[in-house]
Design a protein around this ligand. Structure first.
Ligand code: UT7
Length: 319
């Protein structure tokens, strides 16, 4: 029994916001710095009041449409997000309600930028166990809400968006291997340290990051976990048709591909146009490459994420 990917969808809010647009809004930055250090040229930012569930709903509807699956058929809905609409109910329950599904298990998971790969791993285990048959997995974020727009070292890096996939139980290959890891001793290098107390956010409500520490950690674990899922599946990393790493920085993506011996042409890159959309980055890139025809049935696709926690996760699948 496999969890087979039968549909993908994504959604980006509004028009692209360029690096020059950010500088024009008063951020002390410039296009040359951002492009040279990160490869990012633009990102999408949700209008005030637009929530992760709204972005995730559209991505989900597009994935269901491609899959030819009705929302009522779903028995599992998982949303990966660090920017949920509410403390509770979960973003997954909100999307379930809007889709008109009743009865599916629905919950959010919080593994920051690794969230989508964690959610895929969880759904794969549900489906392989035989307990669930049709799963909707969504990564949805409005990271712009947790950015300090006076901190030029972080605010230029991120964007908003959502991506989704539909998985079905099948005897044809689908997800071949998944892995997920965390190292809580590294929680200090990327975090949003505010706490909720007495109905208020107490402390710092914005994302804080030690960029260079994150950079080094990310390249190491992205290479390690790619090798891990290939080893579980009994294939070489050079047999991977498409690598879709977390879209945080072109330099991290290139360094990871190089370490794994995967050609540049086999690496899907969207960070240049999306920025880092955290849990949405991998499904957004996957949907783009499926819809433009680069990813073909039968090909091996390696998805991987890394983010706050620190967490990292991967899934190797046959499309
Ligand atoms: O999901 C994981 C999310 N995080 C990441 O992937 C981040 C990984 N890290 C990185 O991508 C890089 O560390 C950054 C792109 C964040 C930063 O690059 P860096 O080469 O590590 O730069 P830096 O932080 O050491 O800053 C170098 C200089 C500083 O100026 P001084 O002190 O040398 O005069 C910064 O103040 O660049 C300055 N700077 C900027 N200048 C223009 C920092 N941000 C900006 C900016 N525009 N936006």
């Amino acid at each position: 029994m496999f969890a087979r990917l039968v549909g993908t969808g994504s959604y980006l809010p509004g028009d692209p916001v360029s690096n020059n647009d950010l500088a024009a809004r008063g951020i002390d930055t410039n296009d040359d710095w951002i492009v040279t250090r990160t490869g990012i040229t633009s990102r999408h930012l949700a209008e005030p009041g637009v929530t992760s569930s709204e972005l995730g709903l559209v991505a989900a509807q597009r994935a269901l449409e491609m899959a030819g699956v009705a929302a009522s058929e779903l028995d599992l809905i998982i949303v990966a997000t660090s920017t949920p609409d509410f403390i509770f109910p979960s973003t997954a329950c909100l999307i379930q309600g809007r889709l008109g599904n009743k009865g599916a298990a629905a919950f959010d998971i919080q593994a920051v930028c690794s969230g989508f790969t964690y959610a895929l791993g969880i759904a794969d285990k549900f489906i392989r166990s035989g307990s669930h048959k049709k799963a909707l997995i969504i990564g949805a974020e409005v990271f712009s809400r947790i950015l300090d727009w006076n901190d030029r070292g972080t605010c230029v890096l991120f964007g908003d968006g959502a991506g989704a996939v539909v998985l079905e139980a099948s005897d044809k290959p689908g997800i071949l291997a998944t892995a997920m890891h965390a190292d809580g001793s590294q929680s200090g290098i990327l975090n949003v340290p505010g706490q909720i107390c007495g109905g208020q956010v107490v402390g710092d409500p914005f994302l804080r990051m030690d960029g260079q520490a994150v950079f080094k950690f990310a390249v190491r674990v992205l290479a390690d976990i790619a090798e891990e899922v290939c080893q579980i599946s009994g294939i070489r990393t050079s047999d991977v048709d498409w690598l879709i790493p977390h879209q945080a920085n072109v330099r991290i993506i290139e360094a990871t591909g190089k370490k794994l011996g995967i050609d540049r042409e086999k690496v899907i890159v969207t960070v240049n146009r999306h920025g880092n959309t955290s849990a949405a980055s991998v499904p957004l890139a996957l949907d783009e490459a499926v819809r433009d025809g680069r990813i073909q049935r039968g090909q091996k696709v390696l998805l991987e994420g890394v983010g706050g926690g620190f967490t990292w996760g991967a899934a190797l699948l046959e499309f």
